[in-house]
Design a protein around this ligand. Structure first.
Ligand code: PEP
Length: 251
């Protein structure tokens, strides 16, 4: 089963509107006509409208970094799925380890957000991954399996096929330490097995699973060469236009 690789930049809390427009100008120009991978930029909410305009007519797709699960309501400071689709957002990162660690994101809220996003035609990029203690205790497979099961509980197979999962070992995020490509491939293979148990083998074969954690232009090729790895979710190296272009070219 061939799956289109997906390279997604996670800008986190970086870039003003002006900086986002500048990035788009350079990158859309450089990547004009490039095919073979879905290229996504997950920007802060404040930059989404400007970025949508700047990316119109290009082959780059717009993503957000979080979403609330309610349709609307008294949730000060939150953004609903409908607000994102109205802005032209196609992908949304859900359950990033920084949101789990600092903003009380739980497996339960991740699952609610996945359902709400799919209902509004947003494609979730669901993050799973173990921390260093869990890795050293040999719990990696158990953790990713539990997080995956919880995230997609109640999602029908036909909808699940659209999902993207990002395996991000927490100890590798923003640290400069990446997992080895073989190691990441093994964990991602386990996630796919889990998906086959929950859903069915055919659907599991269609779901794209990325690796994330200190991916750079010079190491992305190793990861993408692995049989189970369908792309990368990239923080730091996605912020600089040349480096984003390098990630796509290296993939
Ligand atoms: C991330 O934020 O999802 C990430 C993988 O960050 P970095 O590439 O900087 O490790």
């Amino acid at each position: 089963m061939s799956r289109t690789p997906i390279i997604a930049g996670n800008w986190k809390m970086f870039k003003t509107i002006a900086e986002a427009k500048e990035f788009a100008m350079v990158v859309t120009n450089e990547l004009q006509g490039v095919t073979g991978a879905d290229m996504v930029v997950c920007a802060p909410f404040t930059a989404l409208a400007a970025l949508r305009d700047a990316l119109t007519g290009s082959n780059l797709l717009l993503g957000a970094q979080n979403v609330h699960f309610a349709e609307e309501g008294a949730y000060t400071g939150e953004i609903s799925p409908r607000m994102l689709t109205e802005l032209g957002v196609r992908y949304v990162i859900i359950g990033h380890s920084e949101r789990r660690a600092y903003f009380n994101e739980t497996d339960e809220t991740v699952n609610k957000k996945v359902h709400a996003s799919l209902k509004h035609s947003l494609i979730p990029i669901i993050c799973v991954g173990e921390d260093l203690d869990q890795r050293e205790a040999g719990q990696t497979f158990t953790i990713v399996e539990e997080q995956t099961r919880a995230a997609i509980a109640g999602v029908a197979a036909n909808q699940a096929a659209e999902l993207v999962i990002a395996y991000e070992p927490i100890w590798a995020i923003g640290t400069g330490k990446s997992s080895t490509a073989q190691d990441a491939n093994e964990v991602i293979g386990h996630i796919r097995k889990t998906l086959a148990h929950i859903l069915d083998q055919e659907t599991a074969n269609r779901i794209r699973i990325q690796y994330g954690g200190s991916v750079k232009p010079d190491n992305i090729g190793e990861f993408l060469a692995q049989t189970e790895i369908d792309g990368a979710l990239v923080g730091g190296a996605s912020l600089v236009p040349d480096s984003y272009v390098g990630l796509v070219r290296g993939a």
